[in-house]
Design a protein around this ligand. Structure first.
Ligand code: SF4
Ligand code: FE
Length: 482
């Protein structure tokens, strides 16, 4: 089975025996939990869209390993065109779900590990690339969703991994056996982890020789022994328990994150992609982060499209669509959103071939892309709230709207233009609320700031890649300075 349908995917997750904790209780699967199911639906969309003839060119591709048709989320990019299509696919998925659809972290882990293991083997004579290829082949054949886990809790940010008061604040190897390694630690903010079949763990920072045990990368299934997840809260998450599509704003989709604990997890030798090669830790981090910063030039833009559409509808329903300031605000939102897309496309079009044969984005442009993402969605959000008006946060619940006595008053007094039912107007306002302040705000707002690395992480790369010396030479030449 090289490509699962959405329903087959849901079943495959339901069959797994994951240990997921939420509100102090253990649940076995996201598939049947009302708070988590919307996040599973978002990943399911990446399977369903791949079976739609309309999106075949974006969502599917020929595997370079097996020659079979696969979902692009499991692909190794082999051209700049592949990189561009990745961003377009992400914009499409963002438009269809208005959420984080979670599957990109695995794709970005695949591509960063593909090239890094190749270069590591070349220098150290290790066998990680072969291990990785076998894993990739299985991931493509089984059409897995794979979580890419990079972010360690990090404890005291002023101390390196091995100098922390608690040695587990960065995930590390605690035992080396003949048949594999045992690891302990945690990965924080793991997007989509309980909707994934496997997790690929990577180090979170460049490391020095003294941190050998922390320079570790591997894959394990998410129902591995001694691995468990603690789901993070989202603003308004328990609204999903109330059974009202109107009140949640997004009828089907959502995202999820969890603190994932590796409490002495065994990793067999054939699933190890790095173990002690500290000189390649920085490369893996830089490449994974680069790919994921490119990703934001697609996914956030797609969600932005939905938010702009919702803001424009809110203006229509208020009868304000012809006001020049309203038109101008919508133009500004489009301008900001397409600027994000431009850098996502640009870093892809400028992609280049690595020694292993896959394509890497232009790192400077990918970091500029993500730096813009730390700002523009906030302005787009501000403008959407401006156009929505205060009712977005003061409207009564669906129960009140359906109430025999209260409903008619809500219908009467909260109506905008006479031709649009009050319920329709409230639906759009709830969607804007969901994207700006509710459960989806995790993915659209705060994740825009901190996902794929906080703003300062991009500025460090920008300063490294910005080539200021070359620019000084240009200025000297123009000014005739010897
Ligand atoms: Fe994909 Fe965007 Fe979610 Fe990252 S934040 S997993 S790029 S949808
Ligand atoms: Fe993310």
């Amino acid at each position: 089975m090289a490509m699962m349908t959405g329903d087959q995917y849901v079943e495959s997750i339901r069959r797994m025996n994951m240990k997921i904790f939420m509100f102090g209780e253990q649940i076995s699967s996201a598939a049947d939990n009302p708070i988590l199911r919307p996040s599973l639906n978002s990943v399911k969309a990446t399977y369903d869209l791949a079976h739609s003839p309309e999106y075949e060119d974006l969502m599917t591709v020929k595997s370079h390993v097996t020659g079979k048709k696969i979902n692009r989320f499991t692909h190794i990019h082999h051209s700049a065109e592949d990189l561009v299509k990745k961003v377009k696919m992400q914009r499409l998925c963002g438009q269809k779900t208005a959420s984080c659809f979670q599957r990109c972290v695995g794709l970005d882990a695949f591509n960063s590990l593909f090239s890094t293991t190749f270069e590591c083997d070349k220098k150290h004579g290790t066998k990680y690339h072969q291990n990785f290829l076998e894993f990739l082949k299985e991931a493509q054949e089984k059409d897995w969703t794979v979580d890419g886990a990079m972010t360690d809790p990090k404890g005291d940010r002023g101390l390196s991994p091995g100098k922390q008061a608690d040695p587990d604040l960065y995930l590390h190897v605690v035992e080396r056996r003949k048949d594999g390694i045992v690891v302990r630690g945690a990965k924080a903010h793991q997007t989509g982890i309980c909707n994934s079949h496997q997790v690929v763990v990577m180090p979170t920072i460049a490391m020095g020789p003294e941190d050998k045990d922390y320079a570790v990368s591997f894959a394990v299934p998410l129902d591995a022994e001694n691995l468990f997840m603690i789901v993070g809260r989202q603003s308004c998450d328990t609204r999903k328990l109330e059974g009202s599509n109107l009140d949640v704003g997004n009828c089907q989709y959502g995202g999820m994150e969890a603190l994932t604990i590796f409490d002495n997890v065994f990793v067999p030798n054939n699933r190890i992609f790095m173990d002690g090669e500290t000189d390649f830790s920085g490369m893996l981090v830089e490449r994974f982060a680069g790919y994921h910063r490119q990703s934001y030039g697609g996914c956030k833009v797609g969600v932005g499209d939905v938010l702009i559409g919702a803001a424009a509808l809110a203006a229509d329903y208020n009868g304000a669509q012809k006001a020049s300031h309203v038109k101008d605000k919508i133009i500004e939102m489009i301008h900001l959103n397409e600027t994000l897309y431009s850098s996502g496309i640009a870093c892809s079009a400028e992609g280049f071939k690595t020694e292993s044969g896959n394509y890497l984005i232009d790192l400077l442009l990918a970091n500029v892309c993500k730096q813009n993402v730390t700002r523009f969605p906030y302005e787009i959000t501000r403008l959407a709230e401006d156009l929505a008006g205060g009712l977005m946060v003061t409207a009564p619940s669906e129960k009140d709207l359906r109430h025999p006595k209260l409903g008619p008053y809500i219908e009467k007094y909260l109506r905008g233009v006479a031709s649009v039912p009050t319920e329709t107007r409230l639906k759009i306002l709830r969607l804007i609320e969901n994207l700006t302040l509710g459960t989806a705000a995790v993915g659209y707002r705060t994740e825009s700031m901190h996902g794929a690395g906080s703003p300062q992480a991009q500025r460090i790369v920008i300063s490294r890649q910005g080539n200021i010396e070359m620019k000084k030479q240009l200025a000297k030449a123009i000014a005739c300075i010897e």
